[in-house]
Design a protein around this ligand. Structure first.
Ligand SMILES: Nc1ncnc2c1ncn2[C@@H]1O[C@H](COP(=O)(O)OP(=O)(O)OP(=O)(O)O)[C@@H](O)[C@H]1O
Ligand SMILES: [Mg+2]
Length: 654
């Protein structure tokens, strides 16, 4: 302390310094960095060595000052209390204190009650203070505290020797107070960081550039499933936690750390103790002066990655579903005439799409009128053979004696009436597709020939010796349970297996009710356009009727009903007559069984057909036609009529 203001007169100069005291005072305050202990030591030393009776330590707090501690004496004992209170006029002469703050110099009053600039101070007057000393504790030019000492009994207690000690004490205390403050700040900062580390929100670890792990918090240990001892013992090194492919990235990070002191966060993976991986976001900073130790944080990204992956999978799935949906929509509506959106029909459509481009033999089964031929055509249209012939043969409609010649052709003179060579359907279909409808009706010898074509792709014309090779795709259809027929021996098993390579089952209409409305709209529009009518809506009752009906004749029957209704309709509303739909919709009998009685001869088949034609006045199609009454497709009946050479016309006007 260089300057001090001295007020009052005549003090004794006993200013020789006692070395032991100096050391004691110095030691008392210099080693303390805990504020409370420092304050206690400081106040005691001040009182003991200054001859003061009461003392205050005032410390800055924000922009203000407050009394941190008060020391009082009683006999030989010194009591130090931490007051931590604001300063009032009752605590000290405020004019003295203000001057110290202003001038940063100490104020010493040897006899405060005597003549001096502070004599008028309320405190001085009220407390009759005798010796007063107010000493700033300065660190450079900054006031880090103020020590106030007084003795209200004796004037001149602060002798030069005591002052010398007090100055020493003040300077020592200023340094210690500053250190304490710095230490306090440091502790607070450290506590803040500690709170973050201990909160275990992120993994924190301290490591050195040689690869050792010096410290890790619980979050980091949990993340990697290691025990603290595993890591900090040096047994597991920092680099051991990193999969080989991430090492290069880590090396770049270490280079950054060396050159800039920090590593910006980046994503990597750590290896857990069990070898599994955990994705993390990691960042680091050098944390020692030598630039060898670093503190890093690691944020577990597993959940986020998992969520990301789920979102991605969901997107993929949606995308795939969209594609599938688009495919299905395309399938059901780009197969031109295949109308419907029911799941069962969609399944059939997707099977068509799959098998079409291959050359596989396709076996279509389903009740009459369900669209088997439509599907066979779709398979052809969708195949590479689309540009070539699609030859359809209704096996049930061919006379058994003619069927071989129909399928394989004949040479001139092969049989009576074979006046010239004729190519069979297989030859016509060369390069394309042959569709054998009602394949279950083939006679045994034709079954053998067909088997050979399927196996060897070759045959001879009837009456010919030359082997003919063809490249034909075979599609067959039946409305019979051919599997059962093969099992009970009424159909060749080996042929059945040759045909049943890729089965497509066409569901009956009653099992795909959701298609009814679509089909109704489709056919109403089609027939109305054809007949130049405008039908805009469907009668609700009609729709209910159509949906409730079992449709034994399936789509063909629906088509007929709609056609009839459109013919009869005069307004814009589509409606049907309930009587058009038979009350009891019995399932249809297999077509040929209907035409051919058990001990069937062509004659009795002819009789059956003729009788029915007579009943229906020669009409084959439609719900009042012979086909519907016999429970067979009109095409089949037509073929049989032609094969048996029956004239429909003769029944027309009977
Ligand atoms: N999904 C559909 N969409 C539109 N029309 C269809 C559909 N299915 C069938 N049809 C139509 O129904 C009628 C009967 O179809 P198809 O001749 O293909 O049936 P089938 O199963 O071969 O019958 P059968 O066993 O009696 O020969 C055809 O006019 C066909 O166009
Ligand atoms: Mg058919």
């Amino acid at each position: 302390m260089k300057a001090s203001a001295l007020f009052g007169a005549g003090w004794e100069d006993d200013s020789h310094l006692d070395l032991a005291t100096v050391i004691k005072v110095s030691e008392a305050v210099s080693g303390e960095i805990v504020l409370e202990k420092l304050i206690d030591a400081l106040m005691r030393a001040a009182i003991e060595h200054a001859g003061a009776e009461r003392g205050l330590l005032i410390l800055p707090r924000g922009d203000d000052y407050r009394i941190e501690a008060e020391a009082t004496t009683s006999g030989d004992t010194v009591n130090v209390v931490l007051r931590q209170a604001g300063i009032t006029d009752a605590d000290l002469p405020s004019t003295v204190f203000q001057q110290v703050l202003r001038t940063k110099e100490s104020v010493l009053l040897h006899d405060a009650s005597g003549q001096n600039p502070f004599a008028a101070d309320e405190y001085v007057r009220g407390h009759h203070a005798q010796s007063v000393l107010c000493l700033p504790l300065l660190k450079q030019i900054r006031i880090v505290g103020v020590l106030y000492l007084e003795n209200s009994l004796t004037p001149h207690v602060f002798t030069p020797a005591r002052m010398a000690i007090l100055r020493l004490l003040a300077s020592q205390a200023a340094t210690s107070l500053e250190n304490t403050r710095l230490y306090g700040d440091l502790q607070e900062r450290e506590a803040r960081v500690r709170r973050l580390v201990d909160s275990n929100i992120v993994g924190v670890l301290i490591w050195d550039l040689d690869g050792r792990i010096l410290e890790a918090n619980d979050a980091f240990l949990d993340m990697l499933q290691y025990r603290r001892e595993d890591l900090v013992s040096g047994g597991v090194r920092w680099t051991d936690l990193t999969p080989a492919e991430s090492r290069e990235r880590d090396e770049r990070a270490t280079a950054d750390l060396k050159s800039t002191g920090t590593v910006r966060p980046y994503e990597k993976e750590f290896l857990r103790k069990d070898g599994s991986r955990v994705p993390v976001l990691i960042g680091a900073a050098l944390c020692d002066a030598r630039g060898n130790e670093s503190v890093a944080f690691a944020l577990d990204l597993s959940q986020q990655k998992h969520a990301d992956a789920e979102v991605r999978a969901l997107k993929d799935r949606l995308y795939r579903e969209n594609l599938a949906l688009r495919d299905e929509v395309k399938e059901c509506f780009t197969f031109e005439e295949i109308v419907g959106s029911s799941p069962t029909l969609k399944t059939a459509c997707s099977r068509i799409r799959r098998v079409a481009p291959t050359d596989s033999t396709v076996f279509i089964s389903g009740e009459t009128g369900t669209g088997k031929e439509l599907i066979a055509r779709a398979v052809h249209t969708r195949s590479q053979r689309a540009g070539r012939a699609f030859v359809s043969v209704n096996c049930a409609a061919l006379a058994p004696t003619l069927i071989s010649s129909e399928l394989f052709g004949h040479e001139r003179g092969a049989f009576t009436g074979a006046t010239q060579r004729r190519l069979g359907r297989f030859e016509l279909a060369d390069g394309g597709t042959i569709f054998l409808d009602e394949v279950g009706e083939l006679l045994p010898e034709t079954q053998v020939a067909l088997l050979r074509v399927l196996q060897e792709r070759e045959f001879e014309r009837v009456g010919g010796a030359q082997t003919i090779r063809v490249d034909v795709r075979v599609i067959t259809a039946t409305n019979r349970d051919l599997g059962a027929a093969a099992a009970n021996g009424s159909f060749r098993q080996d042929l059945f297996y040759r045909l049943n390579v890729f089965p497509i089952e066409v569901p009956p209409l009653r099992e795909r009710q959701e298609d009814i409305l679509l089909l109704v709209e489709y056919y109403v529009h089609r027939y109305a356009t054809r007949m130049g009518k405008s039908i805009r809506s469907i009668d609700k009752k009609t729709l209910n009727l159509l949906q409730a009906y079992a449709w034994p004749g399936n789509i063909r029957e629906l088509q007929n009903v709609i056609e009839r209704s459109v013919i009869l309709s005069s307004g814009e509303v589509f409606a049907i007559d309930e009587s058009w739909l038979p009350k009891q919709s019995v399932r249809l009998r297999p077509p040929v069984a209907a035409l051919t009685p058990a001990q069937g001869t062509p004659r009795s088949e002819r009789e059956t057909i003729e009788a029915m034609l007579a009943e229906c006045r020669g009409r084959v199609g439609g719900s009042s036609g012979a086909a519907s009454k016999l429970g067979v497709p009109p095409s089949t009946l037509d073929h049989r009529i032609k094969a048996l050479n029956i004239s429909k016309a003769q029944f027309k006007f009977r």
